[in-house]
Design a protein around this ligand. Structure first.
Ligand SMILES: [Zn+2]
Ligand SMILES: [Zn+2]
Length: 126
């Protein structure tokens, strides 16, 4: 076990300088480059991603407060955004209603246009 964990070579033959990770720096970089090629985020996903991370920061800092599910009043909720440019204006849904909401969103034919620029409120709050 010990000797196995301490193997210093990556499968490429280079010394693995990122132990206990599986790959050396070179291999990891290569792997990430390949991964990016096949896992590109579209602008909508990017905006969504960004919005969520802003919102979770606001939540931690108490700028945002959780509310019960707006459909069934359940207390365990997830955020849902009508507009990804407004991370301070999430709607709250329980697991079940969140899934329904997301499915509705995916069914919408016309993607909403999102600006991928900075949130104007960023400088004030963060
Ligand atoms: Zn390697
Ligand atoms: Zn609900």
């Amino acid at each position: 076990m010990e000797s196995h964990r301490n193997t210093k070579k990556c499968s490429c033959g280079n010394e693995n300088n990122r132990l206990p990770e599986r790959y050396c720096t070179d291999c990891h970089a290569k792997y990430m480059r390949e991964w990016r090629k096949t896992h590109k985020m579209n602008p909508q996903q990017k905006a969504k991603d960004k919005c969520r991370s802003y919102a979770s920061v606001y939540l931690k800092r108490g700028k945002l407060k959780k509310k019960p599910c707006e459909v069934c009043n359940t207390k365990t909720v997830k955020m849902f955004f009508d507009d990804y440019n407004k991370p301070l204006e999430p709607r709250w849904f329980c697991d079940k209603h969140h899934r329904i909401k997301c499915a509705e969103e995916r069914r919408r034919k016309e993607p909403i246009l999102f600006s991928t620029g900075q949130f104007p409120i960023r400088d004030i709050i963060l």
